[in-house]
Write a protein that binds this ligand. Structure first.
Ligand code: AMP
Ligand code: ZN
Length: 458
């Protein structure tokens, strides 16, 4: 299997540290707001990475953090006039709600930064003792010049960084590129006691401590979106390698952005859609399809036309289940033919090639097509087995149960026939009333050259 490693800028053969086991860490949310659909792209992708490794029989230890102390939480607590701890609680709860709605599986460990303060202080102390960190007026900084090869992940040179960082020059720093390990608390800010006075840890330190705590000094995969390459991951590497002299992770995976009109969707640019709002219009699997039909490293532009198409595409993937009466055979063990095994291999080959989910989805369509034309239940079994790796076909039994029964479907078709009769008679008022009334109860009609389609819009 090959994975693109940001560290070497190459697709590399993936070799785990321990045979059959995978240790991975993905940077999680800073809980000061509801997460947006751009964050969701990254969370969803790594959920698929985890599912795929498990499908390939690896034992995966997956750690994701929650940053529950940070400048942004403090600002939000002032805006909402509630304590920082309540801001954290409110948005952690909301995070889980949205994660569940997206059908993203829980990681093995979901660690909160505020639970590991002792370990963070110990790491900063160790860095100070080893000469990598210095204190100034209650703040502690990491001295980037002490680092052996600072900039190796992002490819940035210390010289250029100095020039860039000068804009926000901080007189406490020896080098403008030095970064904060410990930040002195201002009055009324949340604080922890430390050898340098009351304060809080820096974000970059939080992730180093939590990843090493659960996964050890070196683990297999460290992930996030590309915005984290610099400074966040660069600074994690600098700290971890200063104390261990070993690589923090062997493979660095970074997902592309979800953009909006070519610009990164982000809270600070105020150009975001909240995941919970998008979920009101499109279901989790449609959103998954929308993201996974592109390669994870390519940028994607948020586009509602494509989301609607994704919804239709998911329906097409579901249709063989009904046509082959899958639920009646759900417990039957599949017996794959040579052709079916070849299709399975094609899917695996695509995923083994740096998680080419777009290609993998194309294979799913081929399987669905064969299932529809042959009505061979084994094709449907294969479709579900492989689709589930991408997070499709989850909660199948429940979904089918809430599906329309035959009578409801007949009634919708009947109304569509009446509406076209009204249209023929140029009775636009009645034709529109049928369309609008159906929409109000969650059924949308779409006129196509071949007639009228309908879909449930939730
Ligand atoms: P944050 O809560 O901003 O720290 O981000 C949580 C995760 O979402 C990180 O892994 C980010 O790299 C990722 N992320 C943030 N914005 C986007 C975006 N527009 N597209 C894809 N991933 C993003
Ligand atoms: Zn992180």
């Amino acid at each position: 299997m090959k994975i693109y490693n940001t560290m070497t800028r190459k697709k590399e053969e993936f070799v785990p540290i321990e045979t059959g086991k995978i240790k991975m860490y993905v940077c999680g949310p800073t809980v000061y707001n509801y997460f947006h659909i751009g964050n969701a792209r990254t969370f969803l992708f790594f959920d698929v990475v985890r599912r795929y490794f498990e499908y390939r029989n690896f034992k995966v230890t997956f750690v994701k953090n929650i940053t529950d102390i940070d400048d942004k939480l403090i600002e939000q607590s002032i805006t909402e006039k509630i304590p920082v701890s309540e801001i954290a609680k409110k948005y952690i709860d909301a995070y889980y709600e949205d994660i569940n709605a997206l059908e993203i599986r829980r990681p093995t460990y979901q660690s909160k930064a505020t639970e590991y303060l002792d370990e963070m202080i110990a790491l900063i102390k160790e860095l100070e003792e080893k000469g990598f960190a210095y204190e100034k007026n209650g703040d502690v900084y990491f001295s980037v010049e002490k680092s052996k090869d600072y900039g190796k992940l992002s490819g940035r040179k210390l010289e250029d960084l100095k020039v860039g960082a000068r804009v926000e020059e901080n007189p406490n720093k020896k080098n403008p590129a030095d970064f904060t390990l410990w930040k002195k608390a201002k009055p009324d800010e949340p604080k922890w006691k430390s050898p340098w006075g009351d304060g809080r840890p820096g974000w970059h330190t939080e992730c180093v401590v939590m990843s090493r705590k659960f996964l050890g000094e070196t683990f297999d995969i460290h992930g996030g979106a590309i915005d984290l390459i610099f400074p966040h991951h660069e600074n994690e590497i600098a700290q971890a390698e200063a104390v261990s002299n070993k690589p923090l992770a062997n493979y660095w995976m970074h997902g592309g952005f979800l953009n909006i009109s070519g610009e990164k969707m982000s809270k600070s640019l105020d150009n975001f859609f909240l995941t919970r709002d998008v979920l009101k219009k499109y279901n989790a699997e449609t959103i998954r399809f929308f993201f996974l039909s592109k390669h994870y490293r390519s940028p994607i532009d948020f586009n509602e036309d494509i989301l609607r198409e994704s919804n239709q595409a998911m329906k097409n993937l579901y249709s063989p289940l009904k046509e082959t009466d899958y639920l009646s055979f759900i417990d039957k063990k599949p017996d794959y033919s040579k052709n079916q095994n070849e299709l399975k291999d094609q899917f695996i080959e695509a995923m083994d090639d740096d998680f080419n989910t777009a290609k993998a989805i194309a294979v799913l369509f081929e399987i669905a097509k064969s299932a529809r034309s042959s009505k061979d239940i084994n094709f449907t079994h294969l479709l579900v087995e492989l689709g589930r790796i991408l997070g499709f076909f989850s909660y199948l039994e429940e979904k089918f149960r809430t599906n329309l029964d035959d009578i409801s479907e007949e009634l919708i078709l009947l109304l569509i026939r009446y509406r076209s009769q009204f249209k023929k008679n140029k009775n636009w008022k009645m034709a529109d009333a049928i369309r609008d009334d159906l929409k109000r109860i969650g059924i949308e009609l779409k006129d196509t050259p071949d007639g009228t389609d309908w879909e449930i819009i939730k």
